[in-house]
Design a protein around this ligand. Structure first.
Ligand code: ADP
Length: 340
């Protein structure tokens, strides 16, 4: 029997988001190796009637960590709860999740690297022996209560494996890294989702949107929704290559899929810090952003595209990074032809 989540994700996704999220692992595009391994453990757990081993997903945002975590319980036909590491500040915040967990059900903790240390330590016996130790009362009256939990599976997701302590990491039986998607995979997602949104799209337009989505399904979906609106408002509702290009250009998304913020990051390193090396905190400060935004959302694709590199002394722009800025019209120094 499959169930809907009994607790909603903290940042509740929009209607469209829910409409576009695959419901089953077999509906997911790409990540074939990860899918194949998960399919085996899901199949084996079903046959044994035992809970799945704990799983940790890592990778940049928008690549499908939550999607895998929500598809797995549906494929298994078990209950599902969802929480976020950021809101688990003390062991007591975790207790309801653990005591509510039904036999063989899934508990998904997003941003698990943000969990407080005390919560993490409280989780260890729960993960290993399905047991928690609660301390009641204080001082001489304090006593420990051992509570036996039903066997469950923890699925953790993180954008930063580096911040997960070794003892926590080692308690996950499976660790899966999600990487960026190919243009072909993203184009397939765009075509499928255009069908779900009941909008007509040309094949080359789908490829164009995929090319400008920074390897990320979430961005491909966001771009598709914007292009759909643009097509309806400025054209006859059909998404042609020309409509897609005009729509994406109006949003400031360039031919690599970078948006204004991504380019501003490269420009700040180029102009203010002379191309680097510079610490990410200094760049974040100059841009009026928190470093986490740059580290989690902006840098992974820029690093992967080799527009910048990380060195022991800080971030540095590459020749490709400079060349990209030069080719972009919204670079103020471009008009002056001065700085590069
Ligand atoms: P994460 O948890 O890694 O930040 P999500 O799982 O929330 O990313 O994915 C963001 C959106 O991208 C989902 O709502 C879904 O629509 C889409 N998506 C992610 N992975 C896939 C996939 N493999 N196939 C199709 N769509 C996907």
């Amino acid at each position: 029997m499959s169930r809907e989540p009994i607790l909603q994700p903290p940042a509740s996704p929009s209607e469209d988001d829910r409409a576009l999220r695959p419901q089953r692992m077999e509906e997911m595009v790409g990540q074939r190796d990860v899918y194949a391994r998960l399919q085996i453990v899901v199949d084996a757990a079903t046959k044994r009637g035992e809970p799945l081993g704990h799983i940790l997903f890592d990778g940049p945002p928008g690549l499908g960590k939550t999607t895998f975590a929500t598809c797995i319980p549906r494929d298994l036909g078990v209950g599902f709860q969802i929480g976020s590491g950021a809101t688990l500040k003390a062991p007591k915040d975790l207790v309801p999740y653990l005591t509510n967990a039904e036999e063989n059900s899934i508990l998904f903790i997003d941003e698990i690297h943000r969990m407080q240390k005390a919560v993490e330590e409280f989780l260890y016996p729960a993960m290993e022996d399905f047991r928690i130790d609660l301390t009641l009362g204080e001082g001489v009256n304090a006593r420990t209560l051992n509570i036996q939990l039903k066997p469950f599976t923890l699925i953790g997701a993180t954008t930063r494996t580096g911040l997960i302590s070794a003892p926590l990491r080692d308690r996950f039986q499976m660790r899966e890294h999600l990487d960026f998607y190919t243009i072909e995979e993203l184009a397939e997602i765009v075509v499928r989702n255009a069908r779900k949104l009941q909008v007509e799209i040309a094949t080359d337009a789908a490829t164009e949107i995929a090319t400008r989505s920074r390897g990320t399904p979430r961005l491909a979906n966001n771009r598709l929704r914007w292009v759909r609106d643009y097509a309806l408002s400025r054209a006859d509702g059909r998404i042609t290559l020309d409509v897609a290009r005009r729509a994406l250009e109006m949003q400031g998304i360039d031919n690599l899929g970078l948006d204004t913020q991504d380019r501003k990051y490269l420009q700040t390193i180029a102009r203010v810090f002379d191309g680097g090396p510079v610490g990410v905190e200094a760049v974040a400060h100059t841009m009026n952003l928190v470093p986490d935004t740059l580290i989690d959302e902006v840098e992974p694709f820029l690093l992967r595209s080799e527009l910048m590199i990380r060195t022991p002394r800080g971030r540095r722009l590459t020749a490709a990074g400079y060349a990209h800025l030069k080719s972009e019209p919204d670079n103020p120094s471009h008009a002056q032809g001065a700085l590069f």
